[in-house]
Design a protein. Structure first.
Length: 638
């Protein structure tokens, strides 16, 4: 055991946030804390760090907070950048100061030994070597290089000063520093918020193999499912522990509820039965002993309370299209999307009632594709066409930042002027705007509340095609499940971009996957897509093994390859690489020339886009050149 809270509570003034905390962290455990927005999940993390004071709770056991030893606790919000002019790599290297200091001492001592060998110095040098190895001195460079790459940064980014990075990028850098510091208890509050699917999958594997304890607060159910072995739920101010991952938690919670309800009802019936006997024989002297026995039996019972209903309060809407569309809803043919240069070429067909999930890494065209469909931006080439009788409803990420000086009720009524006040209040109430909430100013709403208001307006129009860009970003798990169920029951057509794999797996029956400057359409859902990828990876690994053993003769069997075949294969690859290098050079020259155009270099957005594309092309060209050089040397030496 590293850390334990028994019968704790947290109050801010008269407001009690947590009233009965029982929480324990053991060495190497991977723990998730789940619960509704505002339940106190982040507050519990701050209790662990000591940022929030813990008081005695309402439980029967004595209150205590226990730490074993002095565990180092790492929390993302504790990390700050002290030098805005320092490069990204210099900022990250501050984590490794004990290693670099040891390395510097080793080098200084080695120079002294070379000039004047001394047994004491040699012993000190040996001890420093052991310390250097213990601290990870021989692996730390590889570790941070892999992490920087997995979080989406380039080699050029390493040299950029911290002040040039965006808020999301700075959060990623702080996250990298936190992971590299290897605390005894790693606290992660919504760690997947700024990460794409590739980075999330890498982080899942990293956490599973992390050698110390991890505590995660996350609404990403698939991430929790794949990383944790214990779940604490906060509900009605109390914590309850469940062993296993997220699916185990859901199953156990349902079983516990049903068992407690059954036990409560059985006990209640038993008490009623005993009381009927007592009332029946209360005044018969011959039955006095029996009556007293039954009353004592009732007194000795530990009363089983009726379990609280799940806290499932969420928005709802009886939502179906106002008008049916034709069978062929959307046809996309060779559609090139992008701004100054193409991000992807897309072709597919979507029928009435189908639900398309759009997935892929950040910044490669998913939102651009949706903006093209709703004609916010023009396509570069190709075409797309909606079927007749199509009514499109569009939700984008900016709706969480929607600004208006009006009250919620007035803002909604202005868009639906034919509705009376009762109808407006009923519509808003379905999305949790009730009582005085309807008089809140829109500008004072949280991101989640603004999303609910936007969805309320969207669903009230009852379109037959929904185009949704990250609709679950500001929702807790119950909110996500509510929207999932609404979309699954919706008879119209859906196109939805989301990084939430659990959400996509539940809603989508078709996929559009953005990857490597391409968008591939798959006529099945996410679970099948994952199985397909796993099979492909296994086949690739198997082929690699066959290639490695192809030139080896064993047990008298024929070889799978010959030197002549290997040579021909390398020559073909060299020829292909020369073509790729030439193509990359031409594209680099073209983009470099565009940067010199006055109409371009005065536009910061265009310059940023072109520079980003240049970096990708130069990185590709370097990879091609390295492979070409390696293969050419191998051919010369044969």
């Amino acid at each position: 055991m590293l850390f334990k809270i028994t019968n704790g509570a947290v109050a801010f003034g008269a407001d009690t946030v947590l009233e009965n905390i029982d929480f324990e962290i053991r060495d190497r455990e991977k723990i998730a804390i789940v619960g509704r927005n505002g339940a106190g999940k982040s507050t519990l993390l701050k209790c662990i760090t000591g940022e929030v004071n813990i008081e005695e709770g309402t439980g029967e056991v004595p209150f205590s907070v226990t730490k074993v030893g002095n565990p180092v606790i790492g929390y993302l919000k504790q990390i700050a950048f002290t030098n805005e002019t320092a490069s990204m790599i210099d900022e990250i290297m501050t984590v490794f100061k004990p290693i670099t200091d040891t390395e510097r001492k080793m080098q200084e001592l080695l120079k002294e030994i070379e000039v004047n060998p001394d047994e004491k110095k040699i012993k000190t040098y040996s001890e420093l070597c052991d310390k250097f190895e213990f601290l990870g001195g021989y692996t730390y460079k590889k570790e941070y290089s892999v992490m920087i790459k997995k979080f989406g940064f380039t080699e050029q980014d390493k040299l950029k000063p911290m002040c040039e990075f965006s808020g999301g990028q700075r959060t990623k850098i702080a996250f990298i520093k936190l992971l590299l510091s290897h605390p005894d208890i790693l606290l992660l509050d919504e760690p997947t918020n700024h990460l794409d699917v590739t980075a999330i999958k890498w982080l899942e594997n990293y956490i599973k193999t992390y050698k110390s304890a991890v505590v995660i607060v996350s609404h990403d159910r698939m991430f929790v499912e794949k990383t944790v072995d214990k779940v604490y739920e906060i509900e009605y101010g109390e914590t309850r522990c469940y062993k296993g991952n997220y699916s185990d938690f859901e199953r156990q919670k349902k079983q516990n509820y049903q068992k407690q309800l059954k036990d409560h009802e059985y006990q209640r019936a038993e008490i009623q039965r005993l009381m009927r006997l007592v009332e029946r024989f209360r005044y018969k002297a011959t039955k006095a002993a029996m009556v007293q026995s039954k009353l004592k039996q009732i007194e000795r019972m530990k009363i089983i309370d009726k379990p609280d209903r799940y806290d499932l309060k969420s928005f709802h809407a009886n939502f179906q299209p106002q008008m049916e569309s034709v069978k062929k809803v959307l046809t996309v043919k060779e559609l090139e999307i992008g701004y100054e240069f193409p991000l992807a070429k897309i072709s597919f067909e979507l029928l009435k009632g189908q639900k398309l999930g759009v997935i892929g890494d950040n910044g490669i065209g998913k939102s651009t594709f949706l903006k093209t469909l709703v004609r916010e931006i023009k396509s570069l080439s190709g075409s797309f066409e909606f079927g007749v009788k199509t009514q499109v409803g569009y939700f984008n990420q900016q709706m969480a930042e929607f600004a208006s000086g009006k009250a919620v009720i007035d803002d909604f009524h202005d868009e639906f002027p034919l509705m009376n006040e009762t109808e407006v209040r009923t519509a808003l109430g379905a999305f949790l705007f009730s009582g005085d909430d309807v008089f809140k100013c829109v500008d004072d709403l949280s991101g989640g509340e603004r999303v609910r208001l936007a969805l309320c307006k969207l669903f009230k129009r009852r379109p037959n095609v929904l185009i949704l860009d990250e609709p679950t970003n500001h929702m807790d798990i119950v909110g996500k499940e509510t929207l999932e169920n609404m979309l699954c029951e919706y008879t119209g057509t859906v196109v939805v971009v989301s990084h939430d794999r659990y959400f996509i797996n539940k809603v989508a029956d078709k996929l559009l996957v953005f990857e490597n400057k391409n968008a591939e359409f798959y006529p099945f859902g996410y679970a099948e897509y994952e199985l397909m990828k796993e099979r492909a990876e296994k086949e690739s690994e198997s082929e690699d093994k066959v290639e490695k053993s192809a030139s080896v003769v064993s047990s008298g069997k024929k070889t799978f390859s010959t030197p002549l075949k290997d040579k021909a294969k390398k020559e073909r690859r060299i020829k292909k690489l020369e073509e790729l290098i030439g193509k990359a050079e031409a594209e680099i020259a073209m983009l470099s020339a565009r940067l010199e155009d006055p109409a371009v270099y005065s536009d910061y957005v265009k310059v940023s886009q072109i520079q980003s594309e240049l970096e990708k092309l130069q990185s590709q060209q370097d990879e091609y050149s390295d492979e070409w050089f390696t293969l050419s040397e191998e051919l010369e030496n044969n």
